[in-house]
Ligand binder design. Structure first.
Ligand SMILES: [Zn+2]
Ligand SMILES: [Zn+2]
Length: 294
């Protein structure tokens, strides 16, 4: 799995560049060591049919909650092994993780439907399962996010991709995830958006807010932190959202953006201190009109 190896290599560089985050990087090192050994055999994704392309061309992500066939027992085993990593090397939500683990062991939680529910943003499913287990939905979503991210990155490495061509939405054409980072590429600094779930990238409009579609330059700004010209934060004063952006002309290309996100936590703190909010993952494809860049 190249994507796991790529992240492990970038971690080595990041430890040198941002030693203040080494404790967080330790966690990711353990996580990637675990993922590198996983076969990713718990889900199969049906090849998209021409019928699937119709809603896709109308602005819906290619993958829907029904696109996945999940093998319950092997997915449960994967999740339990993942929980063990989080219990050994993570800090938060330990009590909730133990409850999820127990429910998987007792087969009182069926994990298979949660995969599609995560990609399809069916929050009520997470709320119901979390209430049943007496835990926070966020920890269950976090766990599923790690599992879906792993499976979808693997599927992309095997050739899964969204249709070529124009995509003017603020969410991922393949899985509907929100951008985890933007990237400026090429001499002219075109904006690419990178999905935080599956890693797919798509072109964004540079002087447009990816959340509300605002194009008024007076309310679109960006700031940098100190001397670091490789990273900036785009903010929109109309909807008070922000997006962190890597300038790959400064940093080099092909960085794993989910990890760049982790390595730029200081920018989140700055943006949030100024009252800006990050795009939420539940920014639903159903809101096409609102999320569109038109
Ligand atoms: Zn995606
Ligand atoms: Zn906006």
């Amino acid at each position: 799995m190249k994507f796991v190896e790529q992240r492990r290599q970038r971690l080595t560089q990041l430890r040198r560049l941002r030693p203040q985050f080494n404790e967080i990087f330790d966690f990711y090192e353990h996580l990637y060591a675990f993922l590198a050994k996983q076969p990713n055999a718990f889900v199969s994704i049906a090849a998209p049919t021409p019928a699937d392309r119709v809603p896709h061309e109308a602005g819906f992500p290619l993958l829907q909650s029904t696109s996945f066939q999940v093998d319950g027992p092997s997915f449960g085993a994967f999740l339990r092994a993942l929980i063990a990593v989080l219990q050994r090397h993570g800090r938060q939500g330990q009590e909730d993780l133990a409850r999820i683990d127990q429910a998987l062991a007792d087969a009182t939680l069926d994990p298979a439907p949660l995969f599609g529910a995560y990609v399809g943003r069916e929050r009520e499913r997470f709320a119901a399962d979390a209430a049943h287990l007496g835990i926070e939905p966020a920890i269950l979503e976090y766990l599923l996010g790690l599992a879906c991210g792993f499976a979808l990155h693997g599927a992309r490495e095997q050739g899964l991709k969204a249709a070529e061509g124009e995509w003017r939405q603020g969410y991922c054409p393949l899985c509907g995830g929100v951008p985890v980072m933007g990237e400026l590429v090429g001499d002219e600094g075109r904006l690419l958006l990178h999905c935080g779930t599956c890693g797919q990238s798509w072109p964004g409009a540079r002087r447009t807010c990816t959340v509300c579609g605002n194009q008024d330059e007076k309310t679109l700004e960006y700031f940098t932190a100190g001397e670091d010209q490789g990273y900036r934060v785009n903010v929109c004063r109309k909807c008070d959202s922000y997006l962190k952006v890597v300038d790959s002309r400064e940093t080099g290309t092909d960085l794993p953006m989910d990890l760049e996100d982790v390595a730029t936590l200081h920018l989140d703190l700055l943006a949030q201190r100024e009252g800006f909010t990050r795009v939420k993952r539940d920014y639903a494809p159903a809101d096409t009109g609102k999320a569109g860049l038109n």
